[in-house]
Write a new protein. Structure first.
Length: 541
């Protein structure tokens, strides 16, 4: 966590200085009280008014510092949470797509939102508390020793139970915090799954079942949160009881000393105030140390996520596609017993139009993932311009090849954004992409045209319209190599034939169509047609 303090080092420094000044004003106010009381008892009204003036100024300064202390510490807390949240998001979103195939994204959402917030709340404030109140405790002990060593030792011994006893709650609080975070993740999963599956839930009329699932998760989270609050409340109440005991013992001993004229009344009042402040310091330590220890495991997990580095599978060479992509003796299997692809050999040359036909489960989608570096545990070779894929920087392949899938994701934004994805393109490039993809055919039907909204995951668009937008994304970027993975299957036959024909007529575009069947009348337009059966590839003559 030190990295987040370093990123905001100036803010941390200011917050610490203000926090320390805010806290150490309290013991000096106790000295002012002692002086005022002794001046009153001695009948020195001039001295009393002088110290009263200084006390008033210190009270005003204390109020100002208290406000600035709260302001700067809260500012750092929100910056800390923002940095942590950004790093978690960056870590998850920057991973290879293969990572997402066997992970629950709701857990990632919980880490980005809930865990970042929990760590920020339960780490930053306690750290500032430990430092500022620690300095305050040292100042108080120094003042006590200066005025009366015996009372100082008594006060110090009295406050020790305040820090020892609450530490016994540490393990319990740790387990409860972990349970709360797990329940946070569980309810995030229920919300995400239920909202994403609304169409299915509605179609089958099973609202009550999913509401029951949600209410159970909500109830479990409420219980977990309540347990944490009860333990924290118990710690606070134990601290108050111990504080009152310390006050009573200190008052008894100090009062006895005053009766025997071993100290002044003002000194007694000062010691009672200082003892109360010291007890506050120790009590806060007793509360925040278990709190810090309770999130220790969660901090380790979050840091491991942020610092996670995927095993290097591919290289660093720039991918190019100026001549050909050649696949030789390619074999791939998901496990030891099932060989999905066996000894595949074929080439795709620049500008060629190639189709691979195969039934569902024949390995077509797997072949695409291999070509686009989703998997690296294959044998044989996949060469881009005679450079093997393992030597290429797979994160730059999107500049060379792009896949149009049957199901494409549409952002809850405008048509323009979903095509450009935040990048800037010329009007001529946009017009060409709209024309070739067929987006121009339905653009007039969308209120606002290019700047009209698509809805959540394209809820305002048909399946065919979504795929046309996905096609426009690739075409506007001048991609050299376009793969259609059943990419226009949701479009009606006539429109699909038209779009596919236009793509086939783009001379400098290399097109690889992966499908379960070639559309009528288009077979002769392909330079090569391969049949994929039982993991083996054969060219159809």
């Amino acid at each position: 966590m030190l990295r987040y303090f370093k990123r905001n080092i100036l803010l941390v420094f200011i917050a610490l200085i203000i926090g320390i000044f805010t806290q150490i004003l309290a013991p000096f106010l106790a000295i002012m009280e002692q002086q005022m009381i002794d001046q009153i008892i001695s009948g020195n009204m001039n001295g009393f008014y002088r110290f009263l003036l200084w006390t008033s100024l210190m009270v005003l300064a204390s109020a100002g510092f208290f406000f600035l202390n709260s302001l700067t510490q809260k500012r750092f807390q929100v910056k800390f949470e923002e940095n942590l949240r950004n790093d978690l998001f960056n870590s998850f979103i920057g991973r290879r797509h293969l990572y997402f195939e066997d992970k629950d994204t709701s857990e990632m959402m919980s880490y980005i939102k809930n865990h970042a917030s929990t760590i920020s709340n339960n780490f930053t404030t306690p750290i500032f508390t430990l430092i500022s109140y620690g300095v305050m405790a040292i100042v108080i002990i120094g003042i006590m020793v200066y005025y009366n060593l015996v009372l100082a030792l008594v006060s110090f011994i009295c406050v020790l139970p305040s820090i020892i006893f609450p530490l016994y709650f540490n393990k319990q609080l740790n387990l409860q915090m972990t349970e709360k975070l797990n329940q946070d993740a569980a309810i995030t999963f229920e919300i995400k799954e239920s909202l994403n599956a609304h169409e299915v839930i509605s179609a089958f009329g099973i609202f009550s079942r999913f509401f029951s699932r949600f209410t159970k998760a909500s109830h479990d989270l409420a219980n977990a949160s309540y347990k944490v609050e009860v333990t924290v409340s118990l710690l606070e109440n134990v601290a108050r009881i111990l504080q009152k005991c310390t006050w009573f013992i200190s008052f008894m001993i100090a009062g006895n000393m005053a009766i025997h004229n071993e100290t002044s009344v003002g000194t007694i009042v000062m010691f009672i105030s200082l003892c109360s402040e010291l007890n506050t310091c120790v009590t806060l330590y007793a509360q925040v140390i278990p709190l810090l220890l309770s999130i220790k495991s969660d901090i380790k997990k979050v840091i491991s996520i942020i610092d996670y580095r995927e095993k290097k599978i591919f290289g660093e060479k720039e991918p190019t596609f100026k001549r050909s992509i050649t696949i030789e003796k390619l074999r791939f299997r998901y496990n030891e017993n099932v060989h999905l692809l066996e000894n595949l050999n074929f080439s795709i040359y620049k500008g060629e139009k190639v189709a691979i036909v195969g039934e569902s489960g024949s390995g077509k989608s797997t072949l695409i993932k291999l070509i686009t570096a989703h998997y690296g545990n294959y044998t044989g070779s996949i060469n881009y311009d005679n450079v093997e894929l393992h030597e290429i920087d797979e994160k730059k392949l999107h500049d060379v090849v792009m896949v149009i899938h049957q199901n494409t994701f549409i952002f809850n934004d405008s048509v323009r954004f979903n095509i450009c994805l935040g990048e800037t393109f010329s009007e001529s490039a946009m017009e060409k992409a709209l024309l070739l993809s067929g987006v121009d055919h339905f653009l007039s039907q969308i209120p606002g045209g290019l700047d009209g909204g698509c809805g959540e995951n394209g809820s305002r668009l048909s399946g065919g319209q979504k795929q046309r937008i996905a096609l426009a994304r690739a075409l506007i970027r001048g991609i050299d190599f376009l793969i259609l993975d059943e990419g226009i299957s949701a479009v009606d036959v006539e429109t699909a034939n038209k779009i596919e024909s236009e793509l086939l007529n783009i001379g400098n575009l290399t097109l690889l169509t992966i499908t379960h069947r070639i559309k009528d009348g288009l077979l002769q337009h392909y330079d090569k047609v391969f049949q994929l059966n039982n993991g083996k590839l054969e060219e159809r003559k």
